[in-house]
Design a protein around this ligand. Sequence first.
Ligand SMILES: Cc1cc2nc3c(=O)[nH]c(=O)nc-3n(C[C@H](O)[C@H](O)[C@H](O)COP(=O)(O)O)c2cc1C
Length: 198
Amino acid sequence: MSKITWKGGALLAPVPAVMVTCREGERNNVLTVAWTGILCSSPAKTYISLRPSRYSHELVAGSGMFVINLVPRRLAKTADWCGMKSGRDVDKLAECHLSVSPSPNLSCPMLDDSPVSIECRVSDRIALGSHEMFIGDILSVSVDDAFIDQGGKLRLDKADIVGFAHGSYYSLGSFLGNIGFSVGTRKTARRTAKRKKT
Ligand SMILES: Cc1cc2nc3c(=O)[nH]c(=O)nc-3n(C[C@H](O)[C@H](O)[C@H](O)COP(=O)(O)O)c2cc1C
């Protein structure tokens, strides 16, 4: 393999392309975010990095809350559109016929059509440059029970989640193995084989 070297840039792939819902007072909005991830397991912390120019930046900064909604394949086009239009100019939730429900603790809107909605309260803000990072405590995770299998396992492969890689969208619908499948303990191998059948 021979590699060419580019100057440092924001390239990591795949990353999730999520739809972040937010609310301040009577103003609800949704935007698409790729700069997100998990920061800590316990306490469970995540982040979103937003440009200060985003309408959503104003809402998240003002209310201290946001919800990260994972995007299933069938919402890919909607997610893209919500990442192209600003809530300053258009009511994206209404325009895309996206229904929402209040999140369990903060009453921030959650997308009903998302298989997993992650409710977050802002704990810290870090101005990094082009983007400001909002670190959030994960208060709750709401999961569509259609994606829970009989063993109680969340089957995100069935939800066909959208990922983003270097400017393009991909669906992450194919299951490769459970964590630890490389080590090949009997239990992991059994579970992996069982799941590949379903
Ligand atoms: C796939 C994708 C990923 C994006 N990721 C981010 C991001 O991480 N941070 C950000 O500030 N904007 C991101 N954007 C751009 C915003 O979603 C876009 O500017 C949106 O129109 C802002 O909406 P608002 O003004 O209603 O908040 C992304 C757009 C797309 C399509």
